[in-house]
Design a protein around this ligand. Structure first.
Ligand code: T4K
Length: 373
């Protein structure tokens, strides 16, 4: 296989329609600051999720920062270590101490049974992450939060178009943050959205996203520039129009990986609950070191040698990345599942840039390279 095959190759909807939108934007000479395409994108996202407010922002990391400031999170906040480091960084950047909770190996999500032991008098909230788009145990998290008087928000970066217990991700907690980064299955080049049904929170976040302005010459909040620009929104609109096609391709690739890796000893593809809505944007395998003759790193190296850029997300966990590794050197003692599972995971290429035939070739390579030397 010659051409590079990456995890995270962007999906791109109707190119003509995107370019047409870009031309309209240029003709209009309205490029940012709550322009008409951003407004259209927000409306469309809110409709898709069934929420009152969808606030478009420049990326999910800034959106998490704005959301946790608007929510008044401070002190300590509990989140999983098994997430992209942006979740922890956004909190830490806001001078909140991220307190890492272990994951449930069955779901890769925060294990709610391990949350309560981490609560201290400084704890103000919980940030769940719907890893791979598989919804957290929102019911258990809500129950703990209500009893312990904590606020809950979700990093739903992976969860656009997915449901949990039949309810759309985007409707849980005080608010949920989606990423529309280039690598996400619906992308705005760069982009994020905060979804909420809370009118007051939405108002505050909207002001904060635009320097705190409430009117011409009138600033009422400490704000920042978190705005989405019109070209990003045009990309988002165009890709949203292709959402069904993209999910179909993702699902076909996922099924092909499932079939192609079905009988490989020690290699399993994580499941998506067919009773839920799934976007299938991540194909994730676990390599069991007790069963598979080759370890995870050897398989990743073999794939890279064939120009297939598989990834080890989210190894080794945020707690083993700086600055957390230095600030909380013993955090790993409470995170045995994060340490164990993150060492087994490989994320494989999918999306529109990958077809079923290519998936079969990747499976063949994994099958070959996972055997004894
Ligand atoms: N929370 C969670 C749970 C997240 O997963 C993320 C982002 C965030 C928060 C933060 O959202 P944003 O603030 O970004 O909206 C990539 C993405 O940059 C990151 O957005 C994403 N998660 C994460 C899972 O993946 P890296 O460090 O792996 O990026 P990089 O440069 O290695 O690119 C990933 C792959 O995508 C490469 O194989 C190349 C390919 N790629 C990338 C881009 C940008 C392309 O083929 N074309 C492209 O245009 O983080």
């Amino acid at each position: 296989m010659k051409a590079l095959l990456h995890v995270g190759r962007p999906n791109i909807g109707n190119r003509e329609r995107f370019l047409q939108r870009v031309n309209e934007i240029l003709d209009r000479r309205w490029l940012s600051n709550n322009g008409p395409v951003v407004q259209e994108f927000e409306k469309r996202v809110a409709e898709t999720l069934g929420v009152k407010h969808a606030l478009a922002m420049c990326n999910a990391t800034a959106a998490i920062e704005i959301a946790c400031r608007a929510l008044g999170l401070k002190g300590e906040v509990i989140l999983p270590s098994y997430t992209f480091v942006a979740t922890a960084h956004a909190l830490h950047w806001q001078e909140i101490t991220p307190v890492f909770c272990d994951m449930d190996p069955a779901t890769h999500n925060i294990d709610p049974t391990k949350i309560e032991r981490l609560i201290t008098p400084k704890t103000t909230g919980i940030v769940g992450v719907h890893v791979w788009g598989r919804g957290c145990d929102t019911e258990a998290i809500q129950e703990i939060a209500a009893r312990r008087n904590l606020k809950v928000m979700y990093d739903a970066s992976h969860g656009f178009g997915c449901s949990k217990a039949g309810r759309m991700i985007g409707t849980f907690g005080e608010c949920e943050v989606f990423s529309f980064h280039a690598t996400k299955f619906i992308n705005c080049l760069e982009g994020g959205v905060v979804a909420t049904n809370n009118d007051e929170l939405a108002y505050q976040m909207r002001m904060m996203t635009n320097f705190g302005f409430t009117d011409f010459d009138k600033v009422e909040y400490l704000g920042i520039n978190g705005k989405m620009n019109e070209i990003s929104a045009a990309m988002g609109m165009t890709n949203l129009e292709a959402i069904d096609e993209i999910i179909t391709v993702n699902r076909q690739n996922y099924e092909a990986y499932k079939a192609g890796l079905a009988n490989v000893p020690g290699v399993s593809v994580i499941d998506y609950d067919p009773a839920e809505r799934n976007n299938y944007q991540y194909v994730v395998i676990e390599v069991d070191p007790e069963v598979c003759p080759r370890n995870r790193d050897e398989i990743v190296e073999a794939l890279h040698a064939q120009n297939i850029i598989a990834r080890k997300y989210f190894w080794p966990g945020c707690h083993r990345m700086e600055p957390y590794r230095s600030l909380q050197p013993n955090a790993g003692l409470l995170l045995p599942e994060t340490e164990r599972v993150s060492a087994k995971v490989i994320v494989l290429p999918t999306g529109q840039a990958v077809d079923v035939e290519t998936v079969q070739r990747v499976c063949h390579l994994i099958r070959t390279h996972s055997k004894n030397r």
